[in-house]
Design a binder for this molecule. Structure first.
Ligand code: ADP
Length: 507
């Protein structure tokens, strides 16, 4: 998250740096190539110029010797001219080798042609018996037309051409260097300028983010003010100030959380005390009725001064009330200190059948139809069998209490498909007890699972709260709802070790 934010913030700088790097690398490569080309051209031109100069010097020396020969008719000058040929040959070959452009090649071809022509003529002259017989016009022609015009002139042009090439290469280099300096200068100005611009844009973004952040922070600070006192915030924030503000707010939030936890603990304690008070009130109420009946009977006998006056009826009432008190105490103890479930593996269908059979007589007395819909395969579960039986019994007794004579009570056992509602790959069974009675007491909802809630004249209101406690101790849940056609339905969801399949209906 932070890395993405940094990349987003510095993106313009990254782009500019990348561009500058690319331009820098491109320029360096271009300069290096130009330098290389220019030095190659210059080296070639200098070598060509040297060859052309040496050739021209040699040829001028040849002309010198021939001029002397013409004046003196002394053959030694002719021989000296021939002796110079070795050197001029070398420089002619060198100049030819270095003539790379078509223009240079043309010039050197002309020089070569004239050169060969001159030495052919000179060979011819040297073979003649006497130098005196050679007409001076012929020799003058050879020197002026062949040597000067056909050889020295194009050789000089070759030299001029190379000089011109070298000069223009130097000029080109110079102008390129000027342009390069200008470009680098521009880059030097634009680079920092662009960097400044990017920095400015980043700073603007950061400041905008701070402004945007400041609104919820001020809002939160305002709310915190109400709880833990003032949080001081300055008008304009720098990054350091923002850090300080956030640190202070984190401290305040910590204090608020501390306060909240404290009040939660207090609320829980108050709730527990209220529950204890409610339990005590419920228990006192339940105890008072039987105690009151017993007190009246005993007081009446005491007033008569004859304990035997209680009679068998009075004793029966006393016994019934004592039994009621005993039952109340046991149920209350079950509720207050529920025994830990002692789990064992058993088959749920058999347990259901037994419990239903246990109540069959009571149901038939009132002509109540007791249905039992069970799966056609064993449903194994790992639970406290006695406690599960108690749950089923409580639900069935309540249902029998709720239905009128001739009504129906139905027990269903189902193993739904797939994982449980919370996505856990765990199997569950659902046990439903539905009746055609008067439905749940209006306005109570799931409050019927609260201890001592009862709408029955003689009810203690502990049956359903004991059921809830047992079911939750097994990791399950219990809910109550009205049936659309009238009556109530209680659903118990418990873990099982079972397969799912269809129902088998038994009456
Ligand atoms: P008690 O049976 O002693 O009243 P319970 O905790 O078993 O205590 O039940 C609490 C209340 O829930 C009952 O008084 C009754 O109002 C309601 N109740 C329980 N079962 C049913 C039912 N099948 N149909 C309608 N109301 C029911």
């Amino acid at each position: 998250m932070t890395a993405r934010l940094i990349v987003r913030m510095t993106a313009p700088l990254l782009v500019i740096s990348g561009l500058l790097l690319a331009v820098g690398v491109g320029t360096a490569w271009y300069v290096q190539r130009l330098q290389k080309n220019a030095s190659e051209v210059l080296t070639l031109n200098v070598a060509s110029m040297r060859a052309a100069e040496e050739l021209e010097i040699g040829l001028r020396e040849v002309r010198n010797q021939l001029d002397r020969f013409l004046l003196t008719r002394d053959r030694k000058y002719l021989e000296r001219a021939f002796a110079l040929r070795q050197e001029t040959d070398h420089w002619l070959e060198e100049a030819e080798r270095l003539a790379t452009t078509p223009q240079e090649a043309r010039m050197m071809a002309a020089v070569k042609q004239g050169y060969e022509h001159l030495f052919q003529e000179l060979d011819h002259i040297s073979q003649q018996a006497s130098a005196e017989g050679l007409p001076p016009e012929r020799m003058g022609e050879l020197i002026d037309e062949v040597l000067t015009s056909e050889i020295i002139k194009p050789a000089h042009e070759y030299l001029d051409f190379n000089e011109y090439q070298a000069t223009s290469a130097t000029q080109r280099n110079q102008s390129l260097a000027d342009r390069m300096v200008l470009g680098l200068l521009l880059l030097g100005i634009c680079g920092p300028g662009a960097g400044l611009l990017a920095g400015f844009s980043i700073a603007r973004r950061v400041s905008r983010s701070i402004v945007r952040l400041s609104l919820p922070i001020r809002d939160a600070a305002g709310k915190l003010n109400e709880v833990v006192g003032p949080v001081t915030l300055s008008a304009g924030w720098s990054l350091d100030e923002l850090e300080g503000v956030l640190c202070r707010m984190a401290e305040q939030i910590g204090a608020v959380i501390e306060q909240m936890q404290q009040s939660q603990r207090e609320a829980l304690r108050a709730e527990q005390l209220a529950a204890v008070g409610q339990l005590a009130a419920g228990l006192a109420h339940e105890l008072r009725n039987p105690l009151m009946s017993m007190k009246i009977l005993v007081q009446a006998a005491a007033e008569r001064g004859d304990p035997a006056s209680l009679g068998s009826r009075g004793l029966r009432v006393l016994e019934e009330e004592i039994i009621r008190l005993e039952r109340l105490t046991r149920t209350f103890l079950d509720f207050a200190r529920p025994p830990r479930p002692e789990k064992q593996t058993f088959e749920a269908r058999a347990l259901l059948e037994q419990t239903v059979a246990f109540l069959a007589g009571r149901a038939s007395q009132r002509d109540v139809q007791l249905d039992c819909r069970l799966p056609d395969h064993p449903v194994w579960m790992e639970a406290d069998m006695g406690q599960v039986r108690q749950v089923l019994l409580n639900l069935l007794l309540n249902a029998l209490d709720a239905v009128p004579d001739g009504g129906t009570v139905r027990v269903e056992l189902e193993v739904p498909e797939g994982p449980d509602g919370e996505g856990r790959d765990r199997r569950w069974l659902v046990l439903r007890v539905a009746d055609t009675g008067h439905g749940l007491p209006a306005g109570l909802g799931q409050g019927i699972f609260t201890p001592f809630v009862s709408t029955k004249g003689t009810g203690m209101g502990l049956g359903l709260s004991v059921c809830k406690r047992i079911v939750e101790a097994h990791g399950g849940e219990i809910t109550a709802a009205d049936r659309p056609g009238g009556g109530a339905v209680f659903s118990v969801r418990l873990p099982c070790l079972c397969e799912n399949s269809s129902f088998v209906v038994r009456h």
